[in-house]
Design a protein. Structure first.
Length: 207
């Protein structure tokens, strides 16, 4: 008799070092190494707990215990577990979107297809995370917020929000309905729908 198939585990965090925000880098601010270590302990604690149970059932006390810190230390860094999840997701989305530099593509279509593929790939990489009423909306909001910020380099705020909302909603729908199907054709169709409208609102160089 074969061994039972092990359920894929939700992976939000790994051994990567803390990534400083662009604002801190621009100001030349330094992060205390103790703060970096503590935040990593807390992030990794949530990541390991998510491999075991739903986000909805995880408490701040659970995270603090797993991270070997007290609750006061947790609250010194994050206001609640939702803020922690948002920080992790936004950091990971930012890293995913920066791969391949999609905003440097030569045409609007190539740019949006690159961004869309990055969003779908990120959502697909986390499809093993258990869906519950707490995790799902926070996960989607965090991706949308980070994607909007990423797109502001090329688009006005309202246009960036529209693109981000459309791409993330489509990716989340794919995650629920047909995650085994390739996402590239879906991403391409969404870009086609968006393209005529958003092309008129791009911040063109030298315009």
């Amino acid at each position: 008799m074969g061994q039972p198939t092990e359920r894929p585990k939700c992976r939000l965090s790994d051994a990567r070092p803390e990534v400083m925000s662009a604002a801190l880098v621009q100001r030349g601010a330094r992060v205390d190494p103790r703060v970096t270590r503590t935040r990593k302990l807390i992030r990794d604690a949530l990541g390991s707990l998510l491999a075991e149970k739903s986000f909805e059932s995880i408490s701040v006390a659970d995270i603090a215990e797993r991270a070997t810190v007290n609750r006061a230390t947790f609250y010194a860094h994050y206001s609640d577990k939702f803020a922690l999840l948002e920080a992790i997701v936004r950091r990971d989305v930012a890293e995913r979107l920066s791969q391949g530099e999609p905003l440097a593509a030569g045409t609007p279509r190539a740019m949006l297809v690159g961004v869309a593929n990055g969003v779908f790939a990120f959502v697909g990489a986390h499809r093993s995370c258990r869906i519950d009423r707490d995790f799902e909306p926070q996960f989607e909001r965090a991706i949308t917020a980070q994607l909007t910020e990423f797109l502001l380099v090329k688009f006005e705020h309202c246009t960036a929000m529209l693109i981000a909302s459309a791409l993330v909603a489509a990716a989340m729908s794919w995650r629920h309905r047909s995650p085994k199907e390739p996402y590239e054709p879906i991403a391409d169709r969404i870009v086609t729908v968006l393209l005529d409208g958003v092309a008129k609102h791009m911040k063109l160089q030298g315009a």
